[in-house]
Design a protein around this ligand. Structure first.
Ligand code: NAI
Length: 284
């Protein structure tokens, strides 16, 4: 199947990046969020990103305008998905919210449409079961920041059809990404490996082993990571980190995945990292 019209649900940090790379790949894109101001925030993020590319001479002003001309914003789900060949959902990491949305999209999207989720950790099979087309539901897990990171984990649910997998793999390459197939288990591969490390780094702060700056320095200089785990956690969003740890903990029933109480405390305080101006660090 040749995907031409594409919809992105959720215009947050991931959704806006996915809309940008989809448009750069030549697709017509509908970008939706719940409120005008939130769609506008996503749109502004795309404009800022593209303008930076123009400044760095990676793209011309005309190319930037061309990319923007293919992105249409809306707050109406029917308008977003009504003519879509494919939808990627990038809303909050919560099973009930995603299942409700997939049920609605199943009613509104054309029969041909593939419904993909950018979930970081939730079971694709369970999201697919909220629709009458589980064979057309798949995980397409981009990394943050989407325009920069090459990896896309492609996750089949139990019922996902081969041709749907092939279509998504081809589309990922068209977006200049490298697709890697993984199976449907909590956290897939990326977050099963990454998130327990971040959680453990938070434990070292919680237990007074070291200050956040020191933890990040140890990992950066000692393991050659480009970014320390606490800086990365702030970048991902501490709410998203907590949701992922909870999914791992529930999914495997193993105490090694218990979320650190300090992570819970920060999320309860509304310290969600960069996006709220405060997490393990403060942002102006
Ligand atoms: P975010 O908080 O930046 O954005 C989520 C957006 O979804 C918000 O603008 C919110 O208003 C909107 N939203 C919530 N419910 C909605 C609904 N029912 N309909 C339409 N829009 C709705 O979150 P972020 O970081 O973009 O994460 C989105 C998804 O991507 C989550 O599933 C997350 O696990 C996943 N993800 C996140 C990564 C990260 O590093 N932050 C990396 C890879 C995946």
């Amino acid at each position: 199947m040749n995907i031409q019209s594409f919809a992105v649900i959720g215009a947050g940090q991931m959704g806006s990046g996915i809309a940008q790379v989809a448009s750069q790949a030549g697709l017509e894109v509908q970008l939706l969020d719940l409120k005008e101001e939130w769609v506008q925030k996503g749109w502004n993020r795309i404009v800022k990103n593209l303008s930076r590319n123009v400044e760095k001479k990676k793209m011309t002003e005309a190319e930037k305008e061309d990319v923007l001309s293919r992105i249409h914003t809306t707050v109406h789900l029917e308008e977003a998905v009504g003519g879509a060949d494919m939808v990627v959902e990038a809303v909050v990491e919560n099973m009930q919210v995603k299942r409700d949305l997939f049920g609605k999209m199943d009613d509104l999207a054309p029969d041909r449409a593939i419904l993909a989720t950018n979930t970081s950790s939730l079971p694709i099979t369970e999201i697919a079961a909220a629709t009458k087309r589980p064979e057309q539901v798949i995980g397409m897990h981009f990394m943050n920041p989407v325009p920069v990171m090459k990896l896309v984990e492609v996750i089949r649910g139990l019922a996902t059809a081969d041709n749907v997998y092939q279509t998504v793999e081809t589309l990922a390459r068209k977006m200049d990404k490298t697709p890697v197939e993984v199976n449907d288990f909590p956290g897939f591969v990326s977050n099963r490996v990454l998130m327990p490390m971040i959680n453990e780094a938070i434990y070292t702060v919680y237990e007074g082993v070291a200050e956040p700056e020191a933890v990040d320095q140890v990992v950066k200089l000692g393991m050659n990571h480009p970014m320390g785990p606490l800086t990365l956690a702030d970048f991902i969003g501490l709410d998203t980190c907590l949701y992922i740890m909870e999914t791992l903990y529930e999914g495997f029933g193993d105490s090694k995945y218990r979320p650190c109480p300090l992570l819970r405390k920060y999320v309860k305080a509304g310290w969600l990292g960069r996006k709220t101006g405060r997490g393990f660090y403060q942002y102006a």
